[in-house]
Design a protein around this ligand. Sequence first.
Ligand SMILES: C[S@@+](CC[C@H](N)C(=O)[O-])C[C@H]1O[C@@H](n2cnc3c(N)ncnc32)[C@H](O)[C@@H]1O
Length: 308
Amino acid sequence: MKESIHIPVMMKEAIEMLNLKSGMTVVDATLGGGGYAREIYQKIMPDGKLIVFDRDKQAIERFKNNYPEIAENIIYVHSNHADVRKVLKENSIDSVDAIVADLGLSSDQLNDSKRGFTFQKDSPLDMRMDLEEKHNAMDVVNKAEVDSLADIIYSYGDERHSRKIARAIVKNRPIESTVQLAEIVKKVLPLNWKSKINPATKTFQAIRIFVNKEYEHLRIFLTDGIELLREGGRIAIVSFHSGEDRIVKNSFRTNARGCVCPDVIPVCVCDHEALVKIITKKPLKPSEKEIKNNPRSRSACLRVAERI
Ligand SMILES: C[S@@+](CC[C@H](N)C(=O)[O-])C[C@H]1O[C@@H](n2cnc3c(N)ncnc32)[C@H](O)[C@@H]1O
């Protein structure tokens, strides 16, 4: 199996923020090419414990294959990180010292012409991160009602031309390939000469998020992950677009709040306790140098919280 081609994004910043020490128990919720995992491994071994998640079996197989010398000391989980609570329980782990997630897709997935994540290569419209899931992007574009399609494209892609695109998709069914979908979107959008970004980018992002239920899983993962942290333990999340970052920001804010009673109630009746303090008041961004070396990092945003 080939080496990963993924270049880790904001790895130094994210891992420094976790304050890792030898002997710690750490969750890497998004193994991908394994850049973060290898770095964490160096810091916490020989006595530490590293649990890595990826819903893409290929990522796990590739890592095991390419790093056999460290592979046997790691707990691999081919599952959604939204299952973190259940998985840690199954492994008799009650709490952890640190959690990191570097969300979205790896370059290995994006560049794989069989996976259908991008219009740069013509391939069947798949977009599943986990190839064992039932529904793929082809099901969505060929079966969803026009209104549902428009809602998906609007809410997950921030695409203001969502209705027009949805109508064009329905009119041109069946749609089977990435390039076919990109051409349909391109035809109905006004050409914006100033933008270097392909007009189908937002539609592809929206369909991918919907197919993989990314927002639903992220919310569960953040809630459970924060509860599983030990006092002083940190959680660091790298996100890649505004919808993802909003979920991380809101989850940290909600968990950093003590009483949530409305102002009109003079005495607290909610018993709500703050679980974290927010370490990054504003999200950290990649350096100019990193963006220059790895343009894919340009939209990254790192937020960190600490369990109290
Ligand atoms: C950007 S890559 C991670 C790169 C990694 N940090 C590295 O250094 O190579 C994201 C990975 O997370 C996985 N992933 C995304 N969402 C997931 C989820 N909800 N549960 C488990 N894995 C997920 C993807 O399959 C992908 O392999």
